[in-house]
Design a protein around this ligand. Sequence first.
Ligand SMILES: Nc1ncnc2c1ncn2[C@@H]1O[C@H](COP(=O)(O)OP(=O)(O)O)[C@@H](O)[C@H]1O
Ligand SMILES: [Mg+2]
Length: 337
Amino acid sequence: MNVAKKILRVGITYDLKKDFSHREDEPVDSLEEFDSEETIDAIRDVLQSDGHEVIKLGGGAGLIDRLRTSPVDIVFNIAEGIGGRNREAHIPALLEFLNIPYTGSDPLTLSLTLDKAMAKKVVRSEGIPTPGFKKVEKMEDLHGLDLRYPLFVKLCYEGSSKGVRLDSKISDPSSLSQKVKWLLETYGPPVLVEEFVSGPEFTVGILGNSNSSVLGVMQIEIKGSPPDEAIYSLEVKREWEKRVSYHCPPPISSRLLKNIEEVALRAYRALDCRDVSRVDIRIGGDGIPYFLEVNPLPGLSSVYGDLPIMAGRMGWEYSRLVKTIFHHALKRYGISG
Ligand SMILES: Nc1ncnc2c1ncn2[C@@H]1O[C@H](COP(=O)(O)OP(=O)(O)O)[C@@H](O)[C@H]1O
Ligand SMILES: [Mg+2]
């Protein structure tokens, strides 16, 4: 039987790098998470080729009016949001309030996963391995720190390696104070101090809902750095073409691959992720895969996004990736399209 496909009005919500100007007094990476117009246009083209009418809605407070003047059936959301640990949840919460379906995780998951310490608490409570950590609001919180060196310091509510530099691995208390002070002064609290996981790094793409499954596992090798010095830092991400080798599928034993997939899937489910996410994992000296963080709004640049790169290596065209995310959302809502 040939079921007529419904043409949907699909809005895309996003925040563009070019809509913000970088102020002199801001850190160099303050706009790092925002998207480029090319990425939005690429998503639009895929959704149009899937037979839908697509409206670029953007983000920010103006979105409230745009949703009234341009009503949509569903939103493809990739907006990173502005300010605070709930920023990624702002638009999904608004859409829920207005009863508009949208792709991806809900506000609770988006806030929970943006706060790396909170995500780790939930993941740990499910028995999923994750490095020991302390959330630091002020310098005094470092007193009596009960963690084993080397340590790693990063921002608690940031992504895209904002605040992560090649010297974020810490081997002694004085560099710990120095680095935490720099992060607190440059970006503001809180900072996450974590035990360093020394082995190779992987990122795992996961798609779906009740039958969520692994799209691929990609090893991130930083050229010229042994695994225990390799950091997927801001400097490295910005020069990824020169400094990173991506291996997908990775050249590892099927047993380790299975363990990595299992940790990633368990974390995805523990945090109630929907439709799509990318989970970052490193292997400890004990051979165990440790959960670092999950990205429920993974970058979708067809050129430099880790998930699209992984999809490509797994033989998926970019359009298949975007359509699959979209169709998982449609299915969740019981919308045919
Ligand atoms: N505990 C850790 N041990 C070793 N490396 C880490 C640790 N935490 C983060 N990193 C390194 O820093 C990078 C960025 O950290 P991550 O937690 O993924 O934050 P972001 O949201 O910025 O991607 C990771 O890809 C990894 O290379
Ligand atoms: Mg990461």
